[in-house]
Design a protein around this ligand. Structure first.
Ligand code: XMP
Length: 326
């Protein structure tokens, strides 16, 4: 059995012993693992920890503000917010291939992180939110997307070039243990129980070339979908549809379809809603969301997001489809 206060006290003592009076850098993504790692290390060593939050401009609506609010203002952690959106978007201009986009985002991410970290000259440690399943996965050494996930998320190669030692306080924990630890450390439940979000962010949810206007439309449509999922309770379980799904998001399709508005004709973009249920993300079923919920989301998106006139729902399971569209 797992006693949380004892666990926190032990973990804190271990970190203090490990790093002593050294300074530590941590790459904050806004995801659960890096946020919990940051909160834990901060509890242990306070301002000896500096987090670097690389904002690649492909985050969801208000996401950067939320990360800064929670981590910096609420928990009092030192966070350097690097607003690199323009840099990423200019590197992505004209690139349509999904793996090429992943590579560019991954490479740029490492470069920006490295530049920022190099400024923190006194740092001796690089902290990462590596959890137990990551350790197993790396050992199993996968190919394809899994490699992309690793190379992006674990900021590969940084320790060698920056000459930093690795601090990975969550290495022994499973995801649900990380979530409990996060709650115990004062992270809000909305953050701790968030659906996973891919490292390349909206970069792989805008099919083909990523353009700033597409990203803006997608952010607004996706925010409506997620808000409605959070606010719609399934009566039998008493849970929201956000809780009842494992991952849900909106995909931007760069095609135009015809619609009508008043007396006029529209010729606007299309989005697809995606919601799946899965335990391991290796296979997944599309979620049987209530029609009333889909109806509300669709009419809100079409009425509120000028530039989108058609909403579709993805009824493909994995395999043979993947969860993401790219
Ligand atoms: P797929 O689309 O392969 O997704 O069924 C399985 C899970 O992996 C996530 N995913 C990624 N995560 N970088 C990431 O950090 C990536 O490039 C990437 N591609 C897919 C996806 O969101 C889902 O949770």
């Amino acid at each position: 059995d797992w006693n949380m206060p004892d666990y926190v006290a032990e973990a804190v003592a271990r970190i203090r012993e490990q790093v002593g009076s050294d300074e530590v850098i941590l790459g904050l993504s806004g995801g659960v693992d890096s946020s919990v790692a940051a909160a834990l290390i901060h509890k242990a060593i306070g301002d000896q920890l500096t987090c670097v939050f690389v904002d690649h401009g492909l985050l969801r609506l208000n996401e950067a503000e939320q990360v800064m609010n929670t981590m910096s203002r609420h928990l009092g952690i030192r966070v350097i917010h690097v607003d690199a959106g323009e840099q990423f978007l200019s590197k992505l201009a004209g690139v349509a291939d999904p793996e090429a986009k992943r590579k560019i985002i991954g490479r740029e991410f490492v470069e920006v992180f490295q530049t920022e970290s190099a400024k923190l000259k006194s740092a001796r440690w690089l902290a990462q939110g590596t959890i137990y399943p990551d350790v197993i996965e790396s050992a199993a050494s996968k190919t394809g997307k899994a490699v992309a996930i690793k190379s992006h998320h674990n900021v590969g190669g940084l320790p060698e070039t920056l000459n930093l030692k690795l601090l990975e306080p969550l290495r022994e924990l499973f995801k649900d243990e990380v979530r409990h630890l996060g709650l115990a450390l004062g992270l809000p439940p909305e953050m701790v129980f968030r659906h996973p979000f891919p490292g390349p962010g909206l970069g792989v949810r805008i099919l083909g070339e990523v353009k700033p206007v597409y990203a803006d439309l997608l952010r607004r449509a996706d925010d409506i979908f997620i808000t409605e999922l959070r606010n719609t309770i399934e009566p039998e379980s008493g849970k929201s549809w956000y809780e009842l799904t494992s991952q849900a998001f909106t995909v931007f399709l760069p095609v135009k379809s015809v619609g009508v508005m008043g007396d006029g004709r529209t010729y606007d973009y299309v989005v697809a809603l995606r919601a799946v249920q899965t335990t391991d993300f290796m296979t997944a079923d599309w979620a049987e969301l209530p029609y009333s919920l889909l109806k509300r989301v669709s009419s809100r998106i079409i009425n509120e997001v000028r530039g989108i006139n058609r909403v579709t729902y993805d009824v493909s399971s994995k395999p043979p489809a993947t969860i993401e569209w790219e």
